[in-house]
Design a protein around this ligand. Sequence first.
Ligand SMILES: [Zn+2]
Length: 487
Amino acid sequence: MEVKTIVGLEIHVQLATKTKMFCSCRLGFNDPPNSNVCPVCLGLPGSLPVMNKTAYEYSVRAALALNCQIARFTKWDRKSYYYPDLPKNYQISQYDLPMSHDGYIEIPLEDGTTKKIRILRAHLEEDAGKNLHEGQAHSQVDLNRAGTPLLEIVTQPDLDTPEQCKTLAVELQKLVQFLGVSAADMQKGHMRFEPNINLHITDDDGREYRTPICEIKNLNSFRALERSVAYEQWRQLNEWKKDHSFTIEKAGKQNRGWNDQRNETVFQREKEEAHDYRYFPEPDLVPVKIDDAWLDSIRSTLGELPQAMKARFMQQYQLNDYDAGVLTGDRHTAAFFDQAVQAGAPSKRVANLVTQLGLKIANEQNCPVTQLGITSAQLAQLANLIEDGTINASAAATIFETMRTDHSDPKTIAEKLNLIQQSDTSALETLVDEVIAANPQAVTDAASDGKKSKKARGFLLGQIMQKTKGQANPKIAGDLLDKKLKN
Ligand SMILES: [Zn+2]
């Protein structure tokens, strides 16, 4: 028996515009319920929608980065259904003429290779509001979210493991964040996933069975995505094993929900077909026509994309996979690092400063690393001071922090704070002699073999460092000590 898992993914990405898709209401988070609403997003009779051009531009940016074809002519459609969080009783979406189609994204696999996942289409639509069911005998409706611009990305069924689904989601998050088209904050529900899963089973007689395509609705974490797909793999195979009648021909398609506590999917309803939604062209909005000049202007601002940049950092700057991944996590950090290296600093030192100090402070301050008040030129100088032994790593941390408010060059700061390492051999030599004279037992131990010797040497070096208040260059002091001990 052979079992193949087939998964296609639908991903909703909330765009980072200031206002909603078809009205000028603010897009906020945690604002008082129903405070960001107007006649348009409340669906009041007589109100007319107006398209948000920035939302369209963001969608085009993302679609271009996903290697999609951009439609020169698109229109809007009404997707009709009834639900309390949808006051108009229809959602404005794009049905037969999406704004983009036929692209791909490459995802890294565990064996170090990459896999191309085809994108069927990416289109724009508006979000619905939210029904709140907590803590009351009745439900409440908050329409702040109604009309939020969403980019829906639909992949071809090219994914075949839960891990690949998660990897695709993570790569997509990185991409939209890098492009600046979405904050893609999972906690705020900016990304939602809906995998469509079924199995192709070939039994021992060579007969092929296809299990029903099950769509898991509204997953809002990478973990839920991965685990729900793994659960469906197991469940569908078990269902089929009973009597081989759990097939797409006999059981149709299903919508299922994910119960995170019980770690299982639950049946919701038979999957609706497109005709159930009574799609028809939105009469209140004009179609969108794009000219080549506008498209070219967006394309010209795309720049180097994160995957290409990561590969370049690894090749050109000899960074490891992890460092290169962290540094290309956002556009600003990548540029900050890149400029410092291009100013003539050693890449590994700069990478360490950015990942171990810069991003840590930026995280605490909740701001991008480029807003810490430190320039890439200062960063380069600081890296060079460590490289040539002028300062040590702990001094670098102090100087880094000081540079946020003191904009003199790092060497001046090091001098001011008395952080220059003592590398003057003759001055150190006197100190080494003093330490040797004062610790005859340690000197004897250092001359012995094994563990004892190592410990004694460490002790003597510690004494030297203490005498210089930690400012001796440990490499030079150590070399001097070894030379003296041998004599
Ligand atoms: Zn509104």
